[in-house]
Design a protein around this ligand. Structure first.
Ligand code: SAM
Length: 279
């Protein structure tokens, strides 16, 4: 039984392999059993196929491997591969993939490794690529759900509702694709090395969205709205559409033109996109 979550073990591994943390790869390893367990419990991986992005030395992977059907871990850092091979070598249901997650072909992976079955994603995300990873997962071959650790302020934006201070284009994007639930906040003190920012674990359950909505136009609208979030929605969208077209569309969907981007719900944005598209 390995205790990969123990700071002592991490230090021993570092000495043994000459491993050094890379700041540019977002390496802050979890060294607290309680939080490892919280993530694994929330992810609910029993008999499931799981992809873990950025396993580090395999701390979360190790605990999931005991429960899951199969665990694929995707790690970019060359120097962590021999460590993962050693730490996870006893599990026949673990496969280590040495690759940049942003270059992974998830379609191919899921077909080859999971026989096309459903899968989950679990990750203490490398924060420097949080949004591209989430976009790739949500818009491509999607998991059924993702249990992810992100910067607290990013989590706050993902969870925000209209009229909340943190409500942003990311909030609307997440709402379109998923039901987001906060699992726990995570203090800086449970990482090695200790980061400057607090973190939050979230669970995103992906759901069926309305395929008829023109998503490119929807998100262009949302982005334009929030780019000028201090202006009224009429003014902030006037780079995209003439003001009289917008005024008519607002009237049709029941939006007050003096509102701002932060006052509009996902449904408001969808209705507006549909009405503007039907012109
Ligand atoms: N899962 C471990 C834990 O919780 O202790 C490590 C998490 S650490 C925050 C992020 C991990 O992502 C590191 O192992 C890092 O090397 C890896 N990583 C960074 N960029 C990556 C990329 N583009 N593709 C795959 N892994 C990446």
């Amino acid at each position: 039984m390995k205790k990969l979550y123990s700071p002592k073990t991490v230090r021993e591994i570092m000495d043994l392999y000459g491993f050094k943390f890379s700041k540019s790869l977002g390496q802050n390893f979890l060294v607290d059993k309680n939080f490892v367990d919280k993530i694994v419990d929330a992810a609910d991986v029993k008999n499931q196929n799981v992809i873990e992005i950025g396993p580090g030395i395999g701390t979360i992977s190790y605990e999931m491997a005991k429960l899951a059907k199969k665990v694929l871990v995707i790690e970019i850092d060359d120097s962590l591969i021999p460590i993962l091979e050693e730490n996870l070598g006893d599990f026949s249901n673990v496969k280590i993939i040495h690759q940049d997650v942003l270059k992974c072909d998830f379609n191919q992976l899921v077909e080859e490794e999971f026989g096309g079955e459903d899968f989950k994603v679990v990750s203490n995300l490398p924060y420097y690529i949080t949004t591209p990873i989430i976009e790739k997962l949500i818009e491509g071959r999607s998991p059924s759900d993702m249990t992810i650790m992100v910067q607290k302020e990013v989590a706050d934006r993902m969870l925000a509702d209209e009229n909340d201070k943190e409500y942003s284009s990311l909030s609307v994007f997440i709402k379109f694709y998923a039901d987001a639930k906060k699992i726990t906040n995570v203090p800086k003190s449970v990482f090695m090395p200790k980061p400057k920012i607090d973190s939050t674990v979230l669970r995103l359950s992906l759901r069926k969205y309305d395929e008829k909505v023109d998503r490119d136009r929807l998100f262009a609208l949302v982005k334009a709205g929030f780019n000028k979030r201090r202006k009224t929605i009429l003014n902030s969208l006037s780079d995209l559409y003439p003001k009289d077209t917008l005024s008519l569309a607002f009237e049709k969907v029941g939006i007050n033109k003096r509102q701002r981007a932060e006052n509009l719900s996902l449904d408001d944005y969808i209705n507006l996109t549909n009405v503007l598209n039907s012109k």
